[in-house]
Design a protein. Structure first.
Length: 293
């Protein structure tokens, strides 16, 4: 005896793309947590051909293999330090990037109550149209200088001087007169990056943190998607672990992780999770194509 049914009564398997699209559509709110993997997916690679294209002279001199390594190098003079860093900042923060990753992401969330917390410092969310008041850059911004001693809680826009440093440098060194110093204590300025205890959390940082906390509070019992994109294991306490905790505490919440290298979730969250081990750019493209069909 065979079970007979109309063909349209079958349950078809649902793809991750369909499921992700449905989750985002149905959500009241979306919290994006973004790490270095998102920048990489958008083409901002710190190694390989892109690194060689902009830093061949530094590679010849120091045998660096990527921008992380080069950024931590203790250059002997501030002229050379800023020779490196001005180019690093210019190419990762100010030069126009050609990619659709952020635009694709924005099109998915723009009609929702969304917020972004990111450990990235390249400012790409804001450059691609995400609302400034919906962003929290926890680890700083390449586009800001601060006092290296953090003697006062203020940061300074660096675009003009960074462009001058890039234009005027010779043999990896900027002219002495372009070296920035703190207007209060006269210590050298540095980039506003959280790499030691002297990171400057200025008024803008505190305001963004407050908005982030308000967003969490407002949606803690809602139908919310915590969307983790390209977060590595360097600082899991900022995005990954809190996201797990928020989902664990709210049966209406869903955890989505898209990560090409390390996509996983705790067993306890299996029923409230979607784990996609793929390149973020290709997943966003697939969703876009799915929506258009
Ligand atoms: Zn100072």
């Amino acid at each position: 005896m065979y079970l007979k049914t109309k063909t349209n009564a079958f349950i078809k398997p649902i793809s991750n793309i369909e499921k992700l699209h449905a989750l985002l559509q149905e959500a009241d709110a979306i919290l994006i947590g973004a790490g270095a993997g998102l920048s990489t997916a958008a083409g901002l690679r710190y190694d390989g051909e892109r690194f060689r294209r902009y830093f061949q002279d530094f590679i010849d001199a120091y045998h660096f293999t990527n921008m992380y390594e080069a950024g931590f190098y203790p250059f002997a003079t501030l002229e050379e330090y800023w020779g490196y860093w001005s180019r690093h900042i210019y190419h990762n923060r100010y030069a126009a990037q050609v990619n659709t990753v952020y635009a694709d992401l924005l099109s998915l969330v723009k009609d929702k109550d969304y917020f972004v917390i990111t450990t990235n410092v390249d400012h790409q969310f804001q450059l691609h149209g995400f609302a400034k008041e919906r962003l929290f850059y926890t680890q700083g911004d390449y586009g800001l200088f601060q006092c290296s001693r953090n003697c006062h809680a203020k940061t300074y826009d660096n675009e003009k001087v960074i462009r001058q440093m890039v234009m005027q440098q010779k043999k990896r060194c900027i002219p002495k007169e372009l070296i920035p110093y703190c207007p209060y204590c006269h210590a050298p300025m540095t980039v506003n990056l959280r790499c030691d205890a002297n990171f400057c959390e200025d008024a803008g940082w505190h305001a963004a943190q407050k908005r982030y906390q308000q967003f969490l509070k407002q949606h803690k019992d809602d139908h919310i998607v915590y969307l983790e994109l390209g977060v590595g294991n360097n600082t899991p306490g900022i995005i990954k672990y809190p996201f797990w905790q928020f989902v664990h505490e709210n049966p209406q919440a869903y955890y989505v992780i898209i990560n090409q290298l390390e996509a996983y979730c705790p067993m306890q969250l299996a029923k409230q999770s979607l784990v996609i081990e793929k390149d973020i750019a290709s997943v966003l493209k697939e969703i876009k194509a799915y929506v258009q069909t």
